[in-house]
Design a protein around this ligand. Structure first.
Ligand code: NAD
Length: 295
């Protein structure tokens, strides 16, 4: 099938490559030309705008940073809606505010264009392996129609409910990941300060109740002092911002999220916004003057 793909960053590149591997024809666009070059080398065709992608493709995937970027790419000048035919399907796989998904869905509907929100979890490694967890909001019949396309990028695609439900599910995911990294950072700093090798702590507890996918992915990075993103602290700040906004609208207080948000804001102010989110450990390293490293 001929598909459009807009937003070829850390996640978009491997996801688009997996669609090519699954036999789809791809027309791609990104504001950064070098990102498009990588996909063209892999067999995709480059477009000069989101509008041009929409003129050529009936199904378009977007993988962009946040709500304003999706709004611009879909509804802005030279955007998808300027080039789309009636019946076009947009699969927005970016993590954005649920209220923004609903707003963009409504604008699309007026033009006869269908949009589902389908954010992902799993990070770059699972994007490369094609084993992302995909959570979907929107019209169920659109979900059913694009299910096989989603499964070329993921190992699961779960229908969560009406428009915005995919992104609400993703916010829950992001709260759990942020708090888990903060807990891991706090605990591993305690072990370090108390004189127990953090690598030994990891080996001792990873199979127990405290073990988690987050711990398995992030502790080795911390011990290797590898803060190359992965998932940037600045993007996690964006997600926690969307979570706090959404929570305040529905009356569900997020005291722990608010605390971790301020820790991330501190790191952003210190110039660590482009580090992987396991860089949260640096918050504790700044407090104690010690580093979480294996001796
Ligand atoms: P990224 O910053 O690496 O990539 C975003 C891409 O969008 C960039 O290539 C950028 O040039 C492009 N872009 C921005 N504005 C554009 C526009 N107007 N037109 C065309 N292209 C435009 O971000 P990422 O890490 O790939 O994340 C993308 C989305 O996926 C975010 O919403 C993020 O929260 C979510 N996500 C990321 C991860 C991860 O581990 N990186 C995991 C799960 C979900």
């Amino acid at each position: 099938m001929k598909l459009g793909f807009i937003g070829l960053g850390i996640m978009g590149k491997p996801m688009a490559k997996n669609l090519l591997k699954a036999g789809h024809e791809l027309v791609v666009y990104d504001i950064v030309k070098e990102n498009m070059d990588i996909l063209v080398e892999a067999g995709a065709r480059a477009a000069s705008s989101s509008k041009e992608v929409a003129q050529q493709c009936g199904i378009i995937i977007t993988m962009l940073p946040n709500s304003p970027h999706v709004k611009e790419v879909v509804c802005g000048e030279n955007g998808i809606l300027e080039g789309a035919k009636e019946g076009t399907i947009i699969i927005d796989m970016s993590s954005i505010a649920p209220s923004a998904s609903q707003e963009i869905y409504t604008i699309c509907k007026e033009k006869g264009v269908k949009l589902i929100d389908a954010p992902v979890s799993g990070g770059e490694p699972k994007a490369i392996d094609g084993t992302l967890s995909i959570m979907v909001g929107g019209d169920k019949e659109v979900f059913d129609k694009v299910y096989d396309i989603l499964m070329a990028m993921g190992s699961s695609a779960v229908y969560c409910g009406a428009t915005g439900a995919g992104n609400t599910t993703k916010l829950a995911n992001q709260i759990i990941v942020a708090l888990n990294i903060a807990a891991v950072s706090e605990a591993f700093m305690l072990a370090t300060k108390a004189g127990v090798d953090p690598k030994i702590v990891f080996d001792a507890i990873k199979g127990g109740l405290a073990g988690s996918t987050v711990m398995n992915a992030k502790v080795p990075m911390i011990l290797d002092r590898n803060f190359k993103p992965g998932f940037k602290i600045d993007l996690h700040i964006k997600d926690l911002n969307n979570a706090l906004d959404t929570a305040h609208k529905v009356g569900s207080p997020l005291p722990l999220t608010a605390q971790v948000m301020e820790m991330m804001q501190t790191l952003h102010a210190d110039g660590f916004g482009q580090c992987d989110h396991c860089g949260l450990v640096k918050f504790y390293e700044k407090l104690t003057g010690d580093e979480v490293v294996s001796k």
